[in-house]
Design a protein around this ligand. Sequence first.
Ligand SMILES: Nc1ncnc2c1ncn2[C@@H]1O[C@H](COP(=O)(O)OP(=O)(O)OP(=O)(O)O)[C@@H](O)[C@H]1O
Ligand SMILES: [Mg+2]
Length: 343
Amino acid sequence: MDYIQRQTGKENPLILGIESSCDETAAAVIRGRELLSNEIISSASTQAIYGGVVPEIASRVHVIAIDEVVERALSRAGVKKEELDAVAVTYGAGLLGSLLVGLSFAKSFAYTLKIPLLAVNHVRGHLAAAYLDDETLKPPFVSLLASGGHTAVLFTKTETEFELLGSTLDDAAGEAFDKCARVLGLPYPGGPNIERLAKEGTPCIPFPKMCKGSEMRFSYSGLKTAVINYCHTKEQKGEAVPKADVAASFQSAALDVLVEKTVQAALQKGVSAVTAGGGVVANGYLREKLAAACQKAGLKLVLPEKKYCTDNAAMIASEGRIQYQAGNFSPLSVNARAAIPLR
Ligand SMILES: Nc1ncnc2c1ncn2[C@@H]1O[C@H](COP(=O)(O)OP(=O)(O)OP(=O)(O)O)[C@@H](O)[C@H]1O
Ligand SMILES: [Mg+2]
């Protein structure tokens, strides 16, 4: 890391964050914990034609979009690239071809400007989004992570250390939303479409709430199978599937258990605050239920705005700030990783 010529150890570093792990090309600028800009170019509408993310299409869109998205983030922030103190970038987990576009761009940016490169774990980024929402937020706290690939409850001890309290035994919550949407004939991405349809129905179908007890674990494959079986049985009988009721019943079965276990973990750990991150946390029903449960339990809840729950670069810059302050700079030889275990 001999190439670094910028003073490090600043209290409020100016950091450019870059995210390209899936179908969003995103860039953001933060100063300390203050968000100055957040830009995103998404290939989701193209991907929707195929019913999911096609990796080759995602990579190609990143290549086309990355220059523009970074330029927009710098100009909206009113920052010249020469003023940056570091570049934070997602190095995993995600689609390799997509990750490599953001990572290569960030490496060349860091090398040319002679500033540190901060390689960020995407999931740690989701958890760090809360720090931007509330600049006074400090560990210890308990976090709910619910995204397309992860479902877990974690105990954040310090900004750099966390303990995994429990996670899913099979599918992730977001994955379950996407699969249920497919069964109901709703387009990709499934989560927001299920949420929209659920508003027109009632949660009257008794789908199983998996792993309801006190153990800190989740399971979604049984719920998914229950939804598929319910719809197939209706079709076999020649009856109409009450899609809105299925969506509402699935949504409450999938999310109520997340709320219960997050609050339970916070009380067990004796913390006074709860945070959440990941695409599923954009769900209005989950946000309302979690807010009500935290209020009842006397817990402070810090929820990132919806646009900072789904993939974005602000959260990568936020985790980058933590790595910067820990002096955890990455060598330019760092490679992209398709999978990184949560712990
Ligand atoms: N309003 C919503 N309600 C429920 N689920 C939602 C909502 N909005 C997005 N999601 C779900 O969130 C997931 C996307 O979240 P995110 O972008 O963080 O996932 P990912 O980046 O693919 O996975 P990971 O972050 O675990 O690597 C999708 O499964 C999507 O259906
Ligand atoms: Mg994500």
